[in-house]
Design a protein around this ligand. Structure first.
Ligand code: ATP
Ligand code: MN
Ligand code: MN
Length: 377
């Protein structure tokens, strides 16, 4: 038998952007529990607590084997008192009472269902819950005024909550690729988000589009959206114009983590024939209507960036969300720089630092390059 003194503590660097986090995770029970508490905090507008749980989960994801004893965690970063209590509970009792009671709470369940509607955030969900609305039927019966996004979200709720498969993401890539080629032959398109990190499913499909000639990307999004609409491929879309101006950041005005690219949040109508193997919702048909239909709704995000900002946009839209947050924290706290999806700004030198690849950005930040598949923090 191995006693406590023989257990070697794990060691990991403190920032997630210094670590290689693959999709393989030896501590899924622990990280799922901490992620649930993070989600609950985020849905309750307690972002600080949410980040603390996310950081703790990310440290456990980076460990080379399963944690069996608390003593192995000695000296690890980002494990606060609260997270350690949850881990201890699970190691000793097989489950955490806090996680179990959160999972079962009516409030958490209602927040999950309501924010699962595209276009509904935690503030709106909270207001509805206070008005006695806990599920979709109560929402429909309440006569609440829904905006266009929320109406589409409610209408396509069952489809959108079904994970998007890699085959479906690739089918949509083909469609959007043809659309882009027909409105701007030189333009380039890349799959970003979770699929670029090697995930096999996602809650949506994310694309970044650019043009090799600076300035030629202007006007591309409206043309692309019109093309897709003319083909009957969009169930919903909302395009936001580019509002980024270089120089609007810098000292005293750190870059916001919300970027200002021209973007289109959409719901695609993906036909069964287009994936080559039938739509997923047919196989796992929750409702008969999904099986009778020959299509499913899929959330798609489109972003257009000028080529001069492409590397920053690619890095910023590949994720994971925690990896991005940690990159910005590293840049600010360790390097005196401000990183956004548009640019890198050196606060001391008072100048922007150019980069044309992700590798260059990591190098400017004094970080070892971490490939997309190892950014799953
Ligand atoms: P999933 O598989 O669930 O879709 P994901 O990692 O692709 O996971 P998304 O929510 O699609 O998650 O986000 C993808 C990337 O885009 C993330 O890195 C995120 O930081 C970035 N992102 C998402 N929304 C915004 C936004 N409004 N502004 C800036 N960046 C965003
Ligand atoms: Mn995504
Ligand atoms: Mn997205």
């Amino acid at each position: 038998a191995v006693n406590d003194s023989e257990v070697t503590p794990f060691s990991v660097p403190s920032y997630a952007c210094q670590r290689r986090s693959t999709l393989k995770n030896h501590n899924a029970v622990l990280t799922d529990s901490l992620s649930l508490l993070a989600e609950n905090a985020e849905l309750s507008d307690e972002d600080g607590r949410g980040v603390a749980f996310r950081r703790a989960a990310a440290v456990l994801k980076a460990l080379p084997s399963a944690v069996t004893k608390m003593s192995q965690l000695k000296g690890l970063p980002c494990l606060g008192e609260h997270s350690l209590r949850v881990i201890k509970d699970i190691l000793e009792n097989g489950a955490s009472s806090e996680v179990e009671s959160t999972k079962e709470s009516e409030r958490f369940k209602a927040l999950k269902v309501l924010t699962g509607i595209f276009g509904v955030g935690s503030k709106t969900a909270d207001r509805w819950i206070r008005e006695g609305i806990h599920n979709l039927q109560q929402l429909r019966d309440s006569g609440q005024t829904l905006n266009r996004a929320q109406q589409a979200g409610l209408e396509h709720y069952d489809d959108i909550k079904q994970p998007v498969s890699l085959a479906e993401a690739e089918a949509i890539r083909g469609i959007v690729g043809r659309a882009v080629a027909s409105v701007s032959p030189e333009a380039q398109i890349v799959l970003t988000g979770g699929f670029r990190r090697g995930k096999l499913t996602g809650h949506d499909v994310d694309f970044l589009i650019t043009h090799p000639e600076e300035g030629s990307e202007v006007g591309l999004m409206p043309k692309l959206v019109s093309w897709l609409e003319s083909q009957g491929l969009l169930l919903y879309q909302k395009t936001t114009r580019n509002s980024y101006l270089e120089g609007s950041e810098g000292p005293g005005r750190p870059p916001s983590n919300i970027d200002r690219f021209e973007r289109c949040l959409s719901i695609f109508k993906l036909s069964a024939g287009q994936t080559g193997r039938g739509v997923q919702s047919e196989e796992t048909a929750a409702s008969p209507s999904a099986a009778e239909r020959r299509w499913r709704a899929v959330r798609v995000d489109l972003v257009v960036s000028p080529i001069s900002q492409f590397a920053f946009a690619l890095l910023g839209w590949t994720g994971s969300k925690l990896f991005e947050r940690e990159l910005r924290r590293w840049a600010g706290h360790e390097k005196g720089m401000s990183l956004s999806s548009h640019a890198l700004y050196d606060n001391k030198q008072g100048r922007y630092i150019r980069a044309s690849s992700e590798e260059e950005i990591f190098a400017h930040l004094g970080l070892e390059f971490i490939p997309p598949t190892e950014r799953n923090a």
